[in-house]
Design a protein around this ligand. Sequence first.
Ligand code: ADP
Length: 418
Amino acid sequence: MLLGAVADDLTGATDLCLMLTREGMRTVQVIGVPDAGFDFTDADAVVVALKSRTIEPERAIDLSRRAAQALLDAGAHQLIFKYCSTFDSTPKGNIGPVADALLDLVGESAAIVCPAFPENGRTIYQGHLFVGNLLLSDSPMRHHPLTPMTDSSLVRVLQAQTDRTVGLIPHATVRKGATAIRAAISEAADRGESLLVVDAVANDELRAIGEAVSDMKLITGGSGIALGLPENFRRAGQLDSARSSHHFNAPEGRSVALAGSCSEATRRQVKGAMERGMPALKIDPIEIGQGATTIEDVVAWVRSQEATALVYSSTDPQEVRSAQEQLGPHAGEVVEQFLAGVAVALRDDGYRRFVVAGGETSGAVVQALGVNALEIGAEIDPGVPWTLSLSDDQPISLALKSGNFGAEDFFIKAWNAL
Ligand code: ADP
């Protein structure tokens, strides 16, 4: 294993796997902290997907350290801590606390912080994160149900999550290339800055950053940061010349789409699916909380549809707020567990192809299905591949979509890529 990664949510992990696969590394995604002796097969890169974005920092630290240690024990030369390209975190973390803990683990004093993913419109300039042409704080992320992002300054957001000093490698340096970036990182570390936000607005800059950090033990960022890393191993003769991405045969069985994301892109995709005639059932957390809507009701409805159906809780910020007011802070979990229950019942009923929208939602579904490793297959939209569950008697195909990813016809076209 050359690269080991710890991702703070499931769809983010998949996105990173896809990036590494595209860049020629054979990549396996593992779900949850791997047991001692876990068989990583002959993977060049392993991405461990945790569900640690919004849990208590102590628990996130514990899971992340254990996952990172397992990867190091299996021979990983370099570690990535992967978080969302919109820097999704709560005021307490967990980006800062986990980055700190992993720096301690690898015994280094500095790591870069770079969530840029220009292909999906995430760019960083003067330490401010943009989503398309909007500052993060003006983007729909300010209404996220779990991690509302109301400040676009990554330096400020991260400084509130760590006791270490946060610094900035500005775009003026980044555009000069790998040698200048490497020098700036070393100067910042000499000044006592530990977590270095790095500007990036284009893929060639991410590749230069990748080259500049070839000797660093820990790298933190979004999946974009992985663009330039495989080339380092290739240059060092440790990785074969580009391998083509793997395509698997999807298992036979019925298909269903489940959406628990309230992100704007997912809401557009739900609308797009309905406009194109996909049968769709909206579920309401308050009715679920009252027992007025049950898993059995929803499963019966899905089964009664001739065409592939969509079950969604996706809704606008106002309805999310009223669900949170009535159900308290666990409103999100109520919906996640409900959709996970629907997925399990449908799997038991012979469904084998699942599209799931929402990072946390995907985490809950995969956990409930008992899937512990995924192979990466064909890409549907940037950052969203089909995957196949590994080491199961009854493999399942899963497309796990981060809320904000994918085009408007995602729920319709996803099946064509299988
Ligand atoms: P994304 O990838 O868009 O961030 P997630 O699944 O990670 O999506 O997060 C969405 C959160 O919102 C989940 O915890 C989900 O259960 C919760 N949620 C979904 N629908 C509703 C709703 N109608 N009201 C309140 N919370 C909801």
